[in-house]
Design a protein around this ligand. Structure first.
Ligand SMILES: Cc1ncc(COP(=O)(O)O)c(C=O)c1O
Length: 375
């Protein structure tokens, strides 16, 4: 990224040499990203991140389909990231009808309910590939098959988008194998820079751009390109795509070490999400009797960064919508914490967490407001 942030700082829209150089850098990143996804370079649109990609896919496709008179019904899952859920809610404000399909206790979309939700006016389905809270992998290829069969019976087109933001580096990505028309990525989730994303849009997918202005990104996303971000995205996705299976096996072993250590040492610890068909780097655990923010703060003070599954504001806890959709009891949901492992995580780091976690959970339980409220 450094050359295009420094001496090669040209704007790709410029016709002068510096501009052409920048355009070459953007084009080669586009080709690299396309190759990683099994797509054509012309099907890759660079965006400002996962949120923009998901919004652009949902709004851009749904809007184009409605304008073409195909209908205004969208099907999605109840466990999408806020980028998808809030974009769907916005579609409802624009007069679309959205069905939120439920999930089972592992967080996996109910395929029968998905199929039952399809209607003659359905234009778009959006189901995430990997859940960001519990790591559950959704059966996207099966969802795609259901749509194809439905289309075959009804002579009616339903497009499929997947939010694959959590997948690169852990799950092999191939748009043909997945059978999707659109797919969203965010570069910082696979080692690239923050503020850059990718939207795959299958050729001839009905689409109206979200941003209007210049003709960049083949008229699909106006605005001067973030050349350095795009260059970083191309390199990072190539690196993440290499050695997925080896990385997977190594990190899964570490996750197992963490899981087994927690269950052996801490009473009333429960795992959330599926244990098979899930991301290898994610462990979501509920410690009953705590509020997760308290544990997150305690661990942070000791140099361990974990995510809280619930948000606390004004002494009320908003449990994770994902855990609620999975039917996790609320007392368990407010005490959920997500451990995320990475390519560089070591066994020594897992052991260091296991050494201090029981004490921190005990401290969080002792100070719990829920304990104080108990009769
Ligand atoms: C599944 C999923 N989708 C979308 C996003 C949004 O990505 P960004 O914050 O890069 O816009 C995230 C971010 O965590 C995510 O996990």
């Amino acid at each position: 990224m450094l050359p295009v942030l420094g001496p090669a700082f040209g704007n790709p829209s410029g016709l002068y040499a510096l501009g052409r150089e920048a355009q070459v850098a953007v084009d080669s990143a586009r080709t690299a990203v396309a190759r990683c996804l099994g797509a054509r370079p012309s099907e890759i649109v660079f965006t400002s991140g996962g949120t923009e990609s998901v919004n652009t896919a949902l709004l851009g496709i749904a809007y184009a389909m409605r304008r073409a008179g195909a209908g205004s019904h969208v099907v999605t899952s109840a466990v999408e990231h806020h980028a998808g859920l809030h974009a769907s809610q916005h579609l409802e404000e624009l007069g679309f009808d959205v069905t939120y399909v439920g999930v089972d206790s592992a967080g996996r979309v109910e395929l029968a309910a998905f199929e039952a939700a399809l209607r003659p006016d359905t234009v778009l389905a959006s189901v995430m590939l990997a859940n960001n809270e519990v790591g559950t992998l959704q059966p996207i290829a099966a969802v795609s098959r259901i749509l194809r069969q439905y289309q075959g019976r009804r002579q009616h087109r339903v497009l499929l988008h997947t939010d694959a933001v959590q997948a690169p580096g852990w799950v092999p990505l191939d748009v043909e194998a997945l059978g999707v028309d659109a797919l969203s990525l965010s570069a910082h989730k696979f080692g690239g820079p923050k503020g850059t994303g990718v939207l795959y849009l299958r050729r001839a997918t009905p689409f109206r751009p979200l941003l209007h202005g210049g003709g960049q990104e083949s008229q699909k996303r106006a605005g001067t390109e973030n050349v350095a971000g795009i260059v970083g995205t191309g390199v990072a996705l190539q690196l993440a795509t290499v050695g997925v299976h080896v990385r997977n096996a190594r990190v899964r072993d570490l996750r197992e070490r963490l899981r087994a250590g927690i269950l052996a040492a801490i009473p009333e610890a429960d795992l959330n999400g599926c244990q098979t068909d899930c991301l290898p780097n994610n462990l979501n655990v509920s410690f009953t009797g705590i509020e997760s923010d308290v544990l997150v703060t305690g661990l942070d003070a000791r140099g361990v960064a974990v995510s809280s599954g619930s948000a606390c504001s004004n002494s009320t806890w908003e449990p994770s919508l994902v855990l609620m959709a999975m039917g996790v009891p609320i007392r368990r949901a407010v005490g959920s914490v997500r451990f995320s492992l990475g390519e560089t995580t070591t066994a020594a780091e897992i052991d260091a967490v296991l050494a201090l976690l029981p004490e921190e959970v005990e401290r969080a339980r002792a100070g719990s407001l829920m304990r104080a409220l108990r009769p």
